[in-house]
Design a protein around this ligand. Structure first.
Ligand code: GLY
Length: 353
């Protein structure tokens, strides 16, 4: 079993890379917790696929468990769904020595993690990400949040899990669109930090070859994220690099009400747009946007910015940055494998977006 340790001043934890994870977590709980209850926060799709295995595994150890299942999709990252989760936890008499497991993609991890960070002033949780996007990015680093009707991730906290368990076999049941969705974040790591990831992705002949090699790719991405979060846990510096493509990406997602583009698809559009523009501004080595387009195209990710009302997009960009300053930090690629943070005046934002 491969393990990465995320070293933080408080709250260090391990990221375990393991197969058959559903059967191993109850044992982990027995060994580490004195409580008797596990609440599994998941969504209806994952519940359908894994309910039997989950029950079998939890019952074998005599644990009291409850599955709290939400509707799949971004709309569940809401105050209403959060309140339903609190209600279910209360009915279950869930206590402070018990454990929450988030089993699902980015939505479940963000929502369940935020519930854990606030219920009874904070209870322990572990992340079991089942989508590629969550395995390489959102399950690691403690960012948990819900959306408000006027913006994504506007209420949240930095609240680290006690462990992250990554089982790449979950990806076998993932719809191809969502496998590719997660690749947008993988490609992001390649462009900001490690060009070998991009060259590897360019070599695979099909998704089967990709899946055969995916655990090594996930490990590389998690290693980058671990190092970045260790240096800048609260996102005031280097961690901002992980937002490459996200500034426009979040605005695109929201503009189409989270229905037309998945997160990764919107990020793909955001990465291409800013890299084309930074190449024109001579901030980026020539040819970088072409390579970015090629690798995104290969995995059926969109590269063209859709028609949108420019003013509302720029307003959304400013709100998304949660900033009241005159400047915004944008992530620019100097050359493949080297992302930098560039402070740009809000009045110049149109040159980059
Ligand atoms: N997903 C970006 C971050 O964790 O900072």
């Amino acid at each position: 079993m491969k393990t990465l340790k995320l070293n933080l001043k408080d709250n260090s934890y391990n990221i375990y890379f393991e197969k058959k994870i559903i059967y191993k977590i109850p044992q982990y709980f027995k060994e580490n917790y004195s409580g008797k209850k596990i609440a599994i926060i998941t969504d209806h799709n994952i519940e359908k696929l894994y309910r039997l295995e989950l029950n079998r595994s939890l019952n074998a150890l005599g644990l009291e468990s409850k599955i709290i299942s939400v509707k799949p999709g971004e709309e569940s990252k809401s105050l209403e769904t959060l309140q339903e989760i609190y209600y279910e936890l209360s009915k279950f008499k869930f206590g402070r020595r018990d454990l929450i497991i988030t089993l699902g993609g980015g939505v479940v991890g963000d929502l369940g993690g935020f519930a854990a960070s606030t219920y009874l002033r904070g209870v322990d949780y572990i992340q079991v990400p089942t989508s590629l996007l969550a395995q390489v990015d959102s399950s690691i680093g403690g960012k948990v949040a819900i959306d408000l009707p006027w913006g994504k991730n506007l209420v949240g906290s930095f609240y680290h899990p006690k462990a992250v368990f990554i089982d790449s076999d979950f990806l076998k049941t993932l719809d191809r669109r969502f496998l590719h969705d997660g690749l947008a974040e993988v490609i992001k790591y390649g462009f900001i930090r490690d060009e070998s990831i991009v060259h590897e992705l360019m070599k695979f002949n099909n998704d089967e070859e990709l899946l055969t090699n995916i655990e090594d790719i996930i490990y590389k991405c998690c290693s980058i994220k671990k190092r970045v979060v260790e240096k800048d846990e609260k996102d005031f510096g280097e961690r901002m690099l992980l937002n490459f493509g996200h500034t426009l990406g979040h605005a695109v997602e929201r503009y189409f009400d989270y229905k037309k583009y998945s997160h990764g698809e919107a990020v793909a559009i955001g990465m291409v747009q800013i890299t084309r523009k930074s190449e024109i501004l001579s901030l980026t080595q020539k040819g970088t946007s072409k390579l970015l387009e090629e690798v995104l195209n290969k995995y059926s990710l969109p590269i063209e910015t859709p028609n949108m009302d420019r003013k509302s997009v720029l307003d959304a960009v400013v709100l998304d940055k949660k900033s009241n300053r005159e400047n915004i930090n944008l992530i620019i690629i100097k050359k493949i494998g080297e992302g930098i943070i560039k402070e740009v005046s809000i009045s110049d934002i149109g040159d980059y977006i």
